[in-house]
Write a protein that binds this ligand. Structure first.
Ligand code: C2E
Ligand code: MG
Ligand code: MG
Length: 585
């Protein structure tokens, strides 16, 4: 654009912008830049999303329609950042041959009454209202009602395996799923049962709040909340036939009956999000009704997540290793890496209490990659120090989240592979429930892991609800029988159970590792029953890498489990220099 002309546009005393046919800025006035919170720097040639700090869905929609030839007034509903009701007024710019080559958009006060019917803030894929419209509707309902008796039923519903479906079958299939679900939800909520006044209450609105997220305002008869939630779940669980496949969706649903705690639509949406997170964490296919305790628990978890982030950045996480023994001859074959938090005041913390927060916050993806690199570093430093490998493999626990979102994991493995480390020295442990929660992703991710050459063991075998079929569906190299069963050895029922689990594993040629062996009796029973490997306090507790090295050395010298702790100091790792401090003399 001619610089004179560009300056002319910049100085126009109104919020105005010109776009080309690809929705890229040609120019915009200073007022526009201020009103839309655009970042500094040249505008020309960039799309609004790239430079905006404010969600830009409405403007994208405006441009999409204007560049399609429409002249529109499009309301922006006031949000916390924009006090008054304003609208985008958009005109297509047409070349002499009739082709639309750009758009002029002016942001100003909205004219007349709300143009609800003509220009709804619709989601282009489903035609449903989108988040802003949903929030605006919620607000107007809340405003209409007496705050003391305010009770509106609101739901959010997420399609939890949509991302997996996109990855496995392509986004066109994912889009189709979203469309069909939108139609089903609209049809299925068209009329809810009668409220107390006897009049039929249709659902006030079904909206699309995010890629796989729907919001439903279900009228104002709280008694129907559970009924309607169950109906929503049935609707989405009905398989969808696409491209010759019947695809099954995993959904999570949150419901809320608004009350005094919900003065604004933002309060409702925040608490709904919390309840949905909770539903997803206990899910799949669960409905969770919001209650005040969820909000206070969430703020505690939020604080813990912050602490964990700092702990990770400060290097407070460490791995400990528990020997895995061959029962036949008491030889140490492998070691399981177990995460520990070296808390500055609480000392060494086991992961049970903080793993769920690592998972929920997504931090596990980063921490999980670090765990792999750290285990490999340890492997190599044992080799350097002892001149040989002291274990054949290290087992690493994978969390469900790493499995659902496998990109960081796979990237770490590929990098290792590229660096020359043979990744078959790692064995990944995946909990049985994590596997069965996500059947489709499990098969795909396992196949990918196998392709890369890593070995997979099913952890906590026996605790899932269908161990009989787990191995048939997911052939794994090994299964780990949970300590809960080992503890029951000595009772006839417990022994039958352990024998049965060993039988299932043998039937699928999986090797068996027993966990939580605490007594010689348990060891002997397992050995007789054909269990090959075992770990537990009977042999050794988890210990840091330096101690495990020393343990292995003593173990090799003694040829069996050392009867007592060694009388000399094992080498310790100097944390500052990462060199080994060998005992003097
Ligand atoms: P798991 O993988 O089943 O690990 C076995 C747990 O049993 C460990 O607890 C271990 O310290 C404990 N244990 C070992 N021997 C005995 C015994 O003889 N008796 C009893 N009662 N317990 C024994 P820990 O380290 O607290 O880990 C708990 C769980 O946390 C693990 O269960 C695993 O699911 C998870 N976890 C641990 N480290 C990691 C990690 O690095 N990443 C991920 N994603 N999860 C981890
Ligand atoms: Mg494990
Ligand atoms: Mg286990």
């Amino acid at each position: 654009m001619n610089p004179e002309l560009a300056r002319f546009v910049t100085d126009i005393p109104a919020a105005i912008a010109l776009f080309d046919a690809e929705q890229r800025y040609i120019s915009a006035s200073r007022e526009w830049v201020a009103a839309l919170g655009l970042m500094r720097g040249p505008l020309a040639g960039r799309r609004h999303d790239e430079i905006s700090r404010i969600a830009s869905a409405p403007l994208n929609e405006v441009l999409r329609r204007t560049l399609g030839g429409e002249s529109i007034e499009f309301w922006r509903f006031s949000d916390s950042r924009l006090p008054q009701k304003s609208a985008f007024n958009a005109q297509p710019y047409t070349a002499p041959d009739g082709k639309v080559t750009g758009a002029t958009v002016v942001l100003g006060p909205a004219s007349g009454s709300r143009p609800d019917q003509t220009t709804p803030l619709a989601d282009p894929l489903t035609g449903l209202a989108e988040r802003r419209e949903f929030a605006a509707r919620l607000r107007s309902i809340l405003e209409e009602q007496d705050p003391a008796q305010r009770a509106v039923v609101v739901f959010s519903l997420s399609l939890d395996n949509l991302r997996t479906i996109n990855n496995l079958h392509g986004t066109h299939v994912g889009d189709e799923i979203v469309k069909v679900t939108a139609e089903r939800l609209t049809a299925g909520t068209r009329s809810t049962p009668q409220d107390q006044s006897g009049s039929a209450r249709p659902a006030d609105m079904v909206a699309r709040l995010g890629p796989g997220l729907f919001g439903i305002i279900g009228g104002s008869a709280p008694g129907d909340c559970e009924e309607l939630a169950a109906r929503l779940l049935r609707i989405v669980q009905n398989p969808i036939a696409i491209a010759g496949k019947a695809l099954r969706l995993n959904a999570s649903i949150a419901s809320i009956v608004t009350g005094e705690a919900h003065a604004t639509e933002e309060d409702v949406l925040r608490d709904l999000d919390l309840a949905l997170l909770h539903a997803q964490s206990v899910g799949p296919n669960r409905v969770v009704a919001w209650e005040p305790a969820l909000t206070s628990a969430a703020s505690e978890r939020y604080a813990l997540a912050e602490q964990l982030r700092r702990a990770f950045d400060n290097g407070e996480f460490a791995l400990h290793y528990q020997p895995v023994m061959r029962l036949r001859d008491n030889r140490m074959i492998g070691a399981e890496a177990l995460l520990r938090w070296n808390h500055p005041s609480d000392g060494l913390v086991s992961p049970g209490g903080f793993l769920p927060v690592l998972e929920e916050s997504g931090l596990i993806l980063e921490v999980g990659s670090w765990i792999i690199r750290e285990a490999v570093r340890q492997f190599e430093s044992w080799h350097l120090l002892y001149g040989r490998d002291i274990v054949e493999w290290i087992a690493i626990n994978l969390s469900e989240r790493q499995f659902i979102d496998p990109a960081p994991l796979l990237a770490t493995l590929r990098a290792l592979h590229g660096s020359g480390f043979s990744v078959n020295r790692l064995k990944f442990e995946i909990g049985e429930t994590a596997l069965t929660h996500n059947p489709e992703v499990s098969s795909a991710a396992l196949a990918e892991l196998e392709r890369l050459g890593v070995r997979v063991a099913i952890d906590d075998f026996g605790t899932g609800h269908s161990s009989l079929t787990t191995l048939r569906r997911y052939p794994a190299e090994a299964v780990k029988i949970d300590g809960e069963f080992i503890a029951q050895i000595g009772t006839s029922q417990g022994e039958k159970l352990v024998d049965a689990l060993i039988g299932i594993a043998q039937g699928y040629n999986a090797s068996i590792i027993a966990e939580g062996i605490e007594t010689d009796e348990q060891r002997a029973f397992l050995r007789r029953g054909g269990c090959e490997l075992g770990q537990g306090y009977f042999f050794a507790e988890p210990m840091d890498g330096a101690r495990l090295g020393a343990h292995a050395l003593i173990h090799a010298v003694a040829g069996e489990r050392p009867a007592a702790a060694p009388s000399w100091m094992p080498p310790r790792l100097n944390p500052r220099t990462s060199t080994y401090l060998l005992p003097a003399g």
